[in-house]
Write a protein that binds this ligand. Sequence first.
Ligand code: PGA
Length: 259
Amino acid sequence: MTKRRKTIGGNWKMNLDRKGSIALAEKLASEADTESLDLCIYPALPWLDGVAGVLGGAASPIRLGAQNFYGKSNGSFTGEISLEMLRDIDCQMVLVGHSERRHKLGEPDVLVNQKLLTALDGGFDVTLCIGETLKQREADQTDAVNTAQLCYGLAGVSSQQLAQVTIAYEPVWAIGTGESATPEDAASAHAAIRRYMEFAYGAEAAAAIRIQYGGSVKPDNAADFFAQEDIDGALVGGASLEAEDFLQIIRLAASADGN
Ligand code: PGA
């Protein structure tokens, strides 16, 4: 089994108030064991600065991530947030291509790619989310959709920059529905993703890149995902809002084989 450090993300989406976000961050900061894995939390944008204060800067073992940003430098873009602003509060990671932004907000592949390239250039680590809809899955297009989203999303990314990228495979029909992919189905999609990465970047890069699974990951199914060879962690939505559930998922990742 290739040894890759597990990586866990907590995507809080448009949830929690200021107090709740700070309290959750404080609990994670004091109790999450980050010795053997990478942990990043993505609070809602208005609470990023407050959570940054809890985590304590760039050297914090828990990294601060932004769910969204605008891929341009500071300027006249009403309502948007720049990477400079995120850097100012020690935010180090960003999500791009999340299915809610692709499907609910209409972000096309070309925008996903532009944001990803801008974030990499700006020195951020990026989690590129990909995944098929239920209709695509039923038409047996899972691997084709993932490959296309990787191909568009990573266009122009050099082998060197790939070190800043994590992939999150999140079947759209499994997000927030309580219905997760089976660990075997997820493992098969992950293996196909890694095969594409080998084709595009070579064996070494493909073996090194980390691929998270996302979609209704909970304490009672997380271990089964982490036991799969090509699953290197999870991007967790709903269960990352409950401290005990999220801490348990983090513990399971820390104790999974391959760490
Ligand atoms: P979920 O969300 O865990 O609530 O399904 C995952 C995600 O959207 O990243």
